[in-house]
Each structure stands twice: as structure tokens, then as C-alpha cells.
Design a protein around this ligand. Structure first.
Ligand SMILES: [Fe+2]
Length: 262
């Protein structure tokens, strides 16, 4: 299965809206163009949260159009900037907000780590039960699993971001540890590339399609790296090939002096 993750698109209500001075429609279109050039045909496109800057319905409709032009099979999960009612206002939402995708030897799970009104994430009892049941079913059927969510379940080394990590990460990993087929966990939120490993499970985070956050920063700091995306090839024997790629042929403006963003 050839999969692409586009995350933290932060689309504003109107085309041309900006985040820290960067036009998030423009940066998403440039990233999609890069995917098209580099990846050719893809099977599944994942949008792992913060798809809208402020949860506006207009942003999700444009997201639908941008993603559909790249891949018909695209799926969304919510981040802290998203608003579920607005996501559901897009006519195709029932297809986009599924919790499980299956293809060949693989199961892809899309979890909801959003806590309404909060920046930080948590899964909670219902999501953890869903995860447990889905992984048990995959185990019975001999499927490999890729688990996706918005917030990071491990500290990434930026103090300000790590205060927002999944609050019940310990319970999350306790569920993963009970199932042998989990091959990777994939998230957004941190606007930077992360690649770790925990007990044979790969832990992957990816650049935003707009503004980047500086690795290792104690307080909010934007980075000069370009927008990018992650591709993942999920093989029938459970192996995953994956890498991040960034736009190199477009110059983006970002306000590096900013102390934060809303
Ligand atoms: Fe974000």
C-alpha cells in the first residue's frame, strides 16, 4: 500500500489566509505538487489533524478539493485546531472520518486525540477501547497495523510541545504492547520530522505542509525548513519504507520573530 501523510495544513477560512505570515493554501498546493512529482500513483492519503487553522467549514471544503485532486481515497482525523461539526458539514465527511482502513495485509487506524477546548491531547477510555478491539481483530486476522493520531504519544524534545503530548500515553502504549502486529505509530502536531523506535514499533512524526517548528526548542520557535510530507510504503510482509520530503523549489515567507500562534 502506497500511503502519503499530509499533516497540519492549517487552512484558513478564505484562500490566501496566513499562519505566521505563510499562505497555507499556497504551501499546501506546493506540497501536493511535490507529492505528485515524486510519488506518482498513491493508494491512500491521510490528513492527520490541524487541517483547518480555526475549524471553519470553508477550510474543510477546500481541503476536500485539494486532497481529492491528488487521491480519491483520503481520510482525516481531528487535531486541536479542528472542529468536528465543521468537518462533518462537508458532504463527503462520512467517507473521510472513518476510523479504520484495510488494504491487503494492513489495517490503518485513525484515532481521535482531540480534547475539545484544549491544545494538549488525550485518547480517553472510548478511544483506547476502540484501539484494543481493532488491534485484537487485526491479530485474529493476521493483519499488520499502522496507528495514526494527531498528538505525539512520546516527548519529542521541544518542551513547549511536550506539555501538549497525549496525556494518557502510558495507557496507549499498554494497549499496543498487548498486540504483536503493530508496526508503526504516526502523528502530526509537532510540525517537524521525528523517527524513533520502541520495542519494534516505529514512531514517526512529520513536517507540516506550512510552518515548521524548531527541534529542541524550550519555547515556541518557528523553523526555516520548508513545508513537506511523509510517504510510507506498507509491504505485505509487515515492512515499512518511509521518508520525509520537503519542497525545495519554492521560497516561503515565515515570520520567525513570532512568539507563538493561535
Ligand atoms: Fe498544527
Amino acid at each position: 500500500m502506497r500511503l502519503v501523510q499530509l499533516t497540519d495544513t492549517h487552512l484558513c477560512r478564505a484562500r490566501g489566509g496566513t499562519l505566521l505570515g505563510m499562505d497555507t493554501d499556497h504551501s499546501l498546493r506546493a506540497t501536493i505538487e511535490l507529492v505528485r512529482r515524486e510519488r506518482g500513483r498513491i493508494d491512500v492519503l491521510l490528513g492527520t489533524g490541524d487541517l483547518a487553522a480555526n475549524g471553519e467549514a470553508e477550510a474543510y471544503q477546500r481541503l476536500e478539493d485539494y486532497f481529492s485532486a491528488l487521491c480519491q481515497d483520503h481520510f482525516w482525523l481531528p487535531g486541536n485546531h479542528d472542529r468536528r461539526e465543521a468537518m462533518l458539514s462537508v458532504p463527503t465527511a462520512p467517507q473521510r472520518l472513518v476510523r479504520e482502513i484495510r488494504a491487503g495485509a494492513w489495517q490503518v487506524l485513525l484515532l481521535d486525540s482531540q480534547v475539545p477546548g484544549e491544545v494538549g491531547g488525550a485518547l480517553g477510555e472510548a478511544e483506547l477501547c476502540l484501539l484494543e478491539d481493532a488491534l485484537a481483530a487485526a491479530g485474529t486476522e493476521g493483519l499488520y497495523s499502522l496507528v495514526c493520531l494527531h498528538h505525539q504519544p512520546v516527548a519529542v524534545g521541544c518542551q513547549w510541545l511536550d506539555e501538549q503530548m497525549v496525556a494518557d500515553a502510558e495507557a496507549f502504549f499498554a494497549v499496543l504492547d498487548r498486540h504483536r502486529g503493530v508496526r508503526a505509530v504516526l502523528w502530526g502536531h509537532v510540525h517537524q520530522e521525528v523517527e524513533r523506535e520502541r520495542g519494534g514499533v516505529r514512531l514517526l512524526a512529520s513536517p507540516s505542509t506550512c510552518v515548521q517548528f524548531a527541534p529542541g526548542s524550550a519555547r515556541f520557535r518557528a523553523d526555516t525548513c520548508s513545508p513537506g510530507y511523509r510517504w510510507l510504503d506498507l509491504h505485505a510482509d509487515g515492512r515499512i519504507d518511509s521518508a520525509v520530503s520537503r519542497v525545495t523549489d519554492v521560497v516561503f515567507h515565515v515570520d520567525l520573530e513570532s512568539g507563538g500562534y493561535q
